[in-house]
Design a protein. Structure first.
Ligand code: HEC
Length: 139
């Protein structure tokens, strides 16, 4: 074996070591990312689930035509609604009724349209989402 060939072989060996080291490092990181899978059976509907579902319902409905999260447009901003009302079961029920029946007179003379197709339970989820916007939790 001549000198050049030996150097070349050593270089190739060193390179393969580096690649091997990087490869195994990645594998280790992946194992860490995923961890041990948690046993998840039917998840209970928690307060935060209701809020997340409420958010999707509000986004899927026509609310955004008149309401913005932070800015008043035709109706009050949903954050202002959250600030006006305490996050209590009674207010969840009251606002759910208002979402379904519509009405005016609380924020001004502009009428909120009725949403007769929304169920009481979905309207309550929407109310919980809206009431959570000022950072308050239900009490
Ligand atoms: C046509 C416009 C319009 C649409 C669509 C609309 N709103 Fe409203 N909303 C209003 C107006 C106007 C008010 C203020 C009513 C008042 O002064 O009593 C209001 C008030 C509210 C309030 C506060 C009620 C109160 O008594 O303080 C909530 C909560 C609310 N809207 C939620 C929703 C949700 C959820 C949707 C979608 C399902 C929605 N709104 C769709 C116009 C609208």
């Amino acid at each position: 074996m001549n000198k050049t060939k030996t150097i070349y072989l050593l270089f190739a060996f060193a390179l393969s070591l580096i690649f091997y080291a990087c490869g195994s490092k990645k594998e280790a990181a992946n194992t860490e990312d995923y961890g041990t899978p948690k046993e998840e059976t039917t998840a209970p509907v928690t307060a935060s689930d209701a809020i997340t579902q409420g958010e999707s319902l509000v986004k899927a409905s026509d609310c955004k035509t008149c309401h913005h999260r932070e800015n008043k447009i035709i109706g009050p901003s949903h954050t202002d609604v959250a600030k006006k009302y305490e996050f209590t079961a009674a207010n969840v029920e009251y606002l759910a009724g208002k979402i379904i029946k519509g009405g005016s007179g609380v924020w001004g003379e502009v009428l909120m349209s009725a949403h007769a197709d929304i169920t009481q339970s979905d309207a309550e989820k929407m109310s919980r989402y809206i009431l959570s916007l000022d950072g308050e939790t239900e009490h």
